[in-house]
Ligand binder design. Sequence first.
Ligand SMILES: [Zn+2]
Length: 197
Amino acid sequence: MSNKGNQQTQLDLIMEYFKKNPKRDIKHPEIVDWVVSEYKRRTGRIFRDPDRGIRRLSQDGKLIKIGKGIYKYDPEFVKNQKFGDFTSAQKEIIFKRDNYRCVICGKGRADGVEIQADHIKPKDLGSESIIENGQTLCAQHNFRKKNYKQTETGKKMFIRLYELAEYKKDNKLKIFCAEVLKVYEKNKVNGHIVWKK
Ligand SMILES: [Zn+2]
């Protein structure tokens, strides 16, 4: 089994115990003892660092941290959390991973610029608030990302049209599309969508 798959199984096992004991404050030793022996029984292998797994689930909003070494599972909380915003713990991890800088322009707190945690795949497309789906953006790039979906659709369309015009040898249409796409480039709009000339 791959490392990632292994890790997933371990996290599932931790969740299994919490789900069997919903809405109850569970202390660390109780859950650790159970997952370690249960993992050994089921796989014959050793569950390394269950603490890390528990912390991870808490950071991802799947468990609620009640206090030091005490966690709780609440199905209602998870449901609200799933498609909601990142928790402050998650935000801090995302910011730290990205060195407190916008992943597009590199500006950050050190430059006096406000940073925000952005969902790479937007929430309204049904994506989860998990750390892998988060990135640090400055306020300006976050605003742009949220509002430039329309121009993005347009750019993709003009690229497709340009390629079609080239294929059909329609020079007039090709020139028109090229001019529009040059305006995108000149204004540095949707630079992540590459137009191959
Ligand atoms: Zn930026």
